[in-house]
Design a protein around this ligand. Structure first.
Ligand code: ADP
Length: 422
């Protein structure tokens, strides 16, 4: 249904009450009719026209991907609507593309017209700007509300995923235990033990079921961490002992892969027995995940270096700072935060080699989520530094873990999160 220009302007700028001012605006605005398929606003372009639709329909779209030609339809607009309002007050590029879908008649107000209005009637210009801002604020509010709803949906989905993980992990545990039990019994049988081919097969079943068991346990760990059910049983812990324990765990893998592991574990100012207040079981878990990754993502013959230093921290006071550096494939900066999310993994899953510590061995993407959960539960910090993924020069990655020497209070933890984020 067509709307007359005066009425359209009255609806668009309800703050303008004087009929003379409206008439003045109607006189200055340009009226134009476009055939369907005309692009009135082009995303990214610097255009200076505000459009008010008298009659017809347009579609407002946004590019989803710069490379691909896929678009998201934001909304459709018809008579009485307006778009491109930012053009009259700023020189920002268009944030979306607007295309006519039917023959469309519009009123156009460009920056030159607006400047004339500003000169002739500053009050009218002010009204227009005020209303434009009101509408932008309203748009912001709507967008925020939509984001809040989307977040709620994501939280629900995440919760459903956690429930699924728990059920699956528990369901898998029982048959796995049975499989492992029978395979161990078979291995004890002389018929199997004395037949190398059979023995290899049964050992294969045992190794496979152990690996599956570890994955199931990791799934349960990550679920506990997500539900904040992680209980830190803090006792005095010697970090060098924990780190050497992690090294022991991977001694065979390091040898097999010809990786050198250097340890540089400082003692605190000559005190050879510094202890930190932490949960040794959880810390071993976290460091073995990080070390396992350093092994997995470093090619044969590479080097890993673990450094421990005690430092002063602006919030946590005295801290232990562990760095695990490798000469591996490295990680591009855009993934530095995401790799700590559960199930986030990089590279082509199809190309991942198998085996727990083989080069680029695929994992379920849980290790770093567990490590992060453990470190945060201790009131510490974890992050990665890497120039980027590079499988030619292998510049590697360095994982940093900072742990308070004395268990952090809730207050300090909150302060830490407020300043550095999660
Ligand atoms: P995964 O089970 O896949 O190893 P993680 O949560 O431990 O899962 O790690 C997530 C992703 O981070 C990995 O898939 C890998 O791409 C990357 N990553 C982790 N550690 C390293 C490292 N030391 N060097 C290069 N990439 C790494």
């Amino acid at each position: 249904m067509a709307i007359e220009p005066l009425e359209l302007l009255r609806q668009t700028f309800p703050g303008i009450q004087s009929p003379e001012e409206l008439a003045q605006l109607a006189q200055l605005a340009r009226r134009a009719t476009y055939p369907p398929g005309t692009v009135l606003c082009r995303e990214g372009a610097y255009e200076k026209v505000l459009y008010l639709i008298c009659e017809g329909e347009v579609v407002i779209t946004k590019r989803l991907d710069a490379a691909e030609d896929s678009h998201l339809v934001l909304r459709r607009a018809g008579s009485g609507d307006y778009f491109g309002e930012m053009a009259i007050i700023s020189d920002a590029p268009r944030s979306a593309t607007v295309t006519t879908t039917t023959e469309t008649t519009v009123l156009e107000i460009d920056q030159d017209i607006f400047r004339t209005i500003l000169e002739r009637n500053p009050n009218l210009a002010m009204q227009m700007v005020r209303q434009t801002f009101d509408r932008l604020r309203q748009n912001d509010r709507t967008t925020l509300e939509e984001l809040r709803k989307a977040l709620q949906t994501l939280e629900k989905l995440d919760r459903a995923k956690l429930d699924f993980i728990e059920v699956t992990a528990h369901e898998l545990r029982t048959p796995l235990t049975i499989m492992h039990g029978y395979a161990s019994m078979m291995l004890a049988d002389p018929i199997v033990r004395e037949n190398p081919a059979l023995r290899e097969m049964v050992e294969g079943i045992i190794n496979g079921s152990q690996r599956l068991h570890e994955i199931v346990n990791n799934m349960l760990d990550v679920q506990r961490i997500d539900l904040a059910q992680i209980a830190v049983a803090a006792v005095p812990v010697s970090l060098p002992l924990v780190l050497r324990g992690a090294e022991m765990q991977f001694r065979d893998a390091l040898k097999q892969r010809r990786l050198t592991l250097q340890m540089d574990l400082a003692q605190d100012e000559g005190d050879s027995s510094i202890y930190i207040e932490a949960d040794p079981r959880l810390l071993s878990k976290a460091f073995s995940h990080i070390l396992m990754n350093a092994i997995k993502y470093t090619p044969d013959g590479g080097a890993i270096r673990i450094t421990l230093r005690y430092e002063d921290h602006p919030i946590l006071e005295r801290v232990a700072h562990v760095q695990i550096a490798d000469t591996g494939i490295g990680i591009d900066p855009e993934h530095h935060t995401l790799i700590f999310e559960k199930f986030y993994r990089l590279g082509d899953v199809q190309l991942h080699s198998s085996g727990k510590t083989a080069f680029k061995a695929g994992g379920p993407g849980l290790g770093l989520a567990i490590a992060r959960g453990v470190v945060l539960a201790h009131g510490g910090q974890i992050w990665v530094e890497s120039e980027g993924h590079d499988e030619v020069n292998f510049k590697g990655s360095t994982f940093h873990v900072v742990l308070p020497v004395q268990a952090a209070s809730r207050q300090k933890m909150a302060l830490l999160r407020a300043r550095y984020g999660d």
